[in-house]
Write a protein that binds this ligand. Structure first.
Ligand SMILES: [Zn+2]
Length: 123
C-alpha cells in the first residue's frame, strides 16, 4: 500500500489505478485503527492528505476518461500519534523510487507530462 504523492500526471495506468484502490485499503485499516509505523518509516503514507490525494487521483482518472465510481469515505485519523498524522511523504524520494521501477511512469515523466510540480510540496 502506498500513496506515491507524485504529480498524478506521470502515473501510468497501473500505478494510477493502483493508488486509487490502495486509498480504500489504507482507509479501511484506519477505520480499524491500525498503526502505521512501518508505512510511515518507509515513506509510504501521508495520513492527513488521504482525502485530498484521493481527489487528485480521481480527477486524473476522470481526465483520462476512466470512471472512478466507488464512494470514498475519508477515515478518522485522530487515533494516530500526532507525528504520524502529520507525516509528509518525501516526494522526491518517492518519485525516484517510482521512476526506477516503472518504465511507463518514467516515459510519462521524461515526456514532460508534469502539470503541477508544486502541488504536493506546499504542505
Ligand atoms: Zn507506472
Amino acid at each position: 500500500m502506498r500513496m506515491w504523492m507524485v504529480d498524478t500526471s506521470i502515473l501510468c495506468k497501473n500505478h494510477l489505478m493502483g493508488e486509487y484502490r490502495e486509498h480504500f485499503a489504507i482507509a479501511g485499516l484506519m477505520r480499524l485503527e491500525r498503526r502505521f509505523d512501518g508505512y510511515i518509516r518507509n515513506n509510504l503514507v501521508e495520513p492527513k492528505s488521504i482525502e485530498s490525494r484521493f481527489e487528485d487521483i480521481r480527477d486524473e482518472m476522470l481526465c483520462r476518461g476512466y470512471e472512478p465510481k466507488k464512494e470514498f469515505v475519508p477515515p478518522d485519523i485522530s487515533y494516530l500519534p500526532e507525528e504520524h498524522q502529520n507525516y509528509k511523504v518525501d516526494v522526491q524520494s518517492s518519485q525516484d523510487d517510482l521512476l526506477s521501477r516503472c518504465t511507463f511512469c518514467r516515459d510519462n515523466y521524461d515526456a514532460g507530462l508534469v502539470r503541477n510540480t508544486d502541488t504536493y510540496k506546499k504542505g
